[in-house]
Design a protein around this ligand. Structure first.
Ligand SMILES: NC(=O)c1ccc[n+]([C@@H]2O[C@H](COP(=O)([O-])OP(=O)(O)OC[C@H]3O[C@@H](n4cnc5c(N)ncnc54)[C@H](OP(=O)(O)O)[C@@H]3O)[C@@H](O)[C@H]2O)c1
Length: 267
């Protein structure tokens, strides 16, 4: 069940965080895994984990915010593995320096967040679809719970992820006849190496209170769902945005916003 044996899967931003968890899950399911990202150290560490699992793998370093870099990922993956069967658009984020009260967001903050999470996800989707046009394949976009509900203190991030949800639906329609399935996973708060180091214990406690399953996500919570969507068992699933949130529907950004309005609320 849910085997990826014989499939080459690209995971953008596969060196760290959720992407690292997805890369490991794909490797455990038997995939050949291509990981990308800018920083060499996390990529090398994840590559070592993939090797320990016994997966064929390839590291393609680079900044995904350029068409040439995306082309390089495609050609390197095809040269090594032939056909690209799956592509996970995971690279994305919103640096704390780039988010804040909506009334204060400047053009640079808007561009950095929207370009990475929306524009470059679009062009990576397009490159993946072109590579899959003959044999079909599965594209999985990592969006966010923030894309389907208010995202106070991170307005342009939520809007960008809402845009990716919409692109997911449109691509599923436009590319279905090519045998290309397109789905998205919308995580709630997932603790990553980076977010763990940035977030206080008090803030995490407050976040946990919004999660019916009473814990924040960890990076290995997302990989199995990605494996399913990439597998042949998901052959009739396309155009879906699947929430992976521990049951939570309260935007954590709301807590941050309330903090700004009422400083004695512990967040
Ligand atoms: N963690 C959460 O709570 C959460 C919740 C909902 C959705 N998400 C989404 O899940 C995805 C992964 O988030 P995360 O929390 O795992 O973030 P993360 O720990 O910051 O990892 C982001 C990954 O993307 C790569 N990346 C960032 N900018 C890039 C660029 N310009 N070019 C190439 N690679 C780039 C990073 O590698 P380099 O820095 O080495 O380039 C890294 O591997 C993102 O799309 C995020 O929006 C996260």
């Amino acid at each position: 069940m849910f085997s990826l044996t014989g499939k080459a899967i690209v995971v953008t931003g596969g060196g760290r965080g959720i992407g690292r968890g997805i890369a490991r899950a794909c490797a455990r399911a038997g995939a050949d895994v291509v990981i990308t990202g800018r920083s060499p150290e996390p990529l090398a560490r994840t590559a070592a984990e993939l090797a320990a699992i016994g997966a064929e793998h390839l590291v393609v370093p680079g900044d995904i915010t350029a068409l040439g870099a995306i082309d390089e990922i495609v050609s390197a993956a095809q040269e090594r593995f032939g056909t690209i069967a799956g592509w996970v658009n995971n690279a994305g984020s919103a640096n704390t320096a780039d988010v804040g009260p909506m009334i204060e967001i400047d053009e640079g903050q808007w561009d950095r967040v929207v370009d990475l999470n929306f524009k470059w996800t679009f062009f990576a989707m397009q490159a993946a679809a072109r590579a899959m046009a003959n044999d079909g394949g599965s594209i999985v976009n990592i969006t966010s719970r923030s894309g389907s509900q208010p995202g106070p203190m991170m307005a342009q991030y939520g809007a960008a992820k809402a845009g990716v949800d919409n692109l997911t639906a449109t691509a599923a329609v436009e590319w279905g006849h090519l045998g290309i399935r397109v789905n998205a996973i919308a995580p709630g708060v997932v603790l990553t190496e980076e977010s763990s180091s940035m977030s206080s214990a008090a803030r995490r406690r407050r976040q946990v209170e919004t999660v019916p399953l009473q814990r924040l996500g960890h990076v290995d919570d997302i990989g199995p769902l990605a494996v399913y969507l990439l597998s042949d068992e998901a052959a009739w699933i396309s155009g879906s945005v699947i929430q992976a949130t521990g049951g939570s529907r309260i935007p954590v950004g709301l807590l941050t916003y309330l903090y700004h309005k009422n400083k004695d609320i512990e967040v």
